[in-house]
Design a protein around this ligand. Structure first.
Ligand SMILES: C[S@@+](CC[C@H](N)C(=O)[O-])C[C@H]1O[C@@H](n2cnc3c(N)ncnc32)[C@H](O)[C@@H]1O
Length: 257
């Protein structure tokens, strides 16, 4: 990893870890089933989860006999992912790498970039590079799912501030989280300042996210080489609209002729 791979995500994600509690087990299981169905995965097939975080989706897939490789930049997340995999005797691969720098070629039946892990880079060419690298990692005929927040929903529901409380790890009280947001319409980037307050100690981080509508992402997937682009607004195959917070976009690497 080279030095300029560092960015806002370095300090943010280790502190963000307790926020995973906001996704219910039911929602995670539904997403894992959706990944399996939409990408045509089955026991023995291979899947690249980039980035994989703590293995929220990678672990349920591994439990189904899918050969999972998880890539992430946050070492504490990879440690948690591999510890859980060991506990359940699941043979997973974990790779610490910036998602722009992966070097896999033609080796996965499916791949995912899930739960808004896209749009992290200030240079738009870097965001496209992630798609190109994932495209390269797939076998011909392999499928990719991008699961990301929907800019059209953001625009319909934008609030300049947000706040909530979540349980602190180990049942030690609560963490108060406050977000202050500013939307740059010229660049379609949400600049958010996150305040994490626990036991009187405040940690403050920036999170800058490029927001996309479906048509833009479909164009980017095509620019990366994907064909047969499909998009859904839920794991029930509902259409994408401004009422759907999340999008599930699927593309296929052209099969070998
Ligand atoms: C919102 S989490 C989603 C994790 C996982 N996909 C899931 O569905 O639970 C975003 C993940 O991106 C990882 N990440 C952030 N910047 C990254 C980068 N430059 N390269 C690789 N991973 C990165 C974080 O460590 C974090 O695990």
């Amino acid at each position: 990893m080279v030095k300029n791979d560092s960015g806002w995500w370095d300090g943010f994600f280790p502190t963000f870890r307790p926020v995973f509690v906001l996704i219910s087990t039911q929602a995670t299981n539904a997403q894992a089933r959706y990944v399996i169905n939409k990408l045509g995965l089955a026991p023995g097939k291979s899947f690249l989860d980039c980035p994989c975080g703590i293995g929220r989706i990678a672990l349920p897939l591994a439990r189904k006999g899918i050969k999972v490789t998880g890539v992430d930049i946050t070492q504490s997340y990879l440690d948690e992912f591999t510890a859980k995999a060991r506990r359940y005797k699941l043979p997973v691969q974990a790779v610490r790498c910036d998602m722009r720098r992966i070097t896999f070629a033609g080796q996965f039946d499916g791949a995912g970039n899930l739960w808004t892990s896209f749009g992290y880079f200030a240079k738009e060419s870097d965001n496209l590079l992630v798609l190109k690298k994932i495209f390269r990692a797939l076998k011909p005929g392999g499928k990719f799912m991008l699961h990301v927040i929907n800019r059209d929903w953001i625009m319909a529901n934008y609030e300049a501030t947000g706040g909530y409380e979540i349980p602190a790890p180990g049942g030690k009280g609560l963490i108060k989280i406050q977000e202050k947001r500013r939307f740059d319409y010229r660049r379609s980037i949400n600049y958010a300042t996150w305040h994490f307050l626990q036991d009187g100690v405040e940690k403050v981080f920036e999170m800058n996210l490029r927001m996309y509508s479906f048509h833009e992402l479909a164009g980017m997937l095509e620019a990366a080489g994907f064909i047969d682009i499909e998009g859904y607004g839920s794991t029930r195959d509902e259409p994408i609209s401004r009422d759907k917070m999340m999008m599930f976009i699927i593309g296929t690497k052209p099969p070998r002729r």
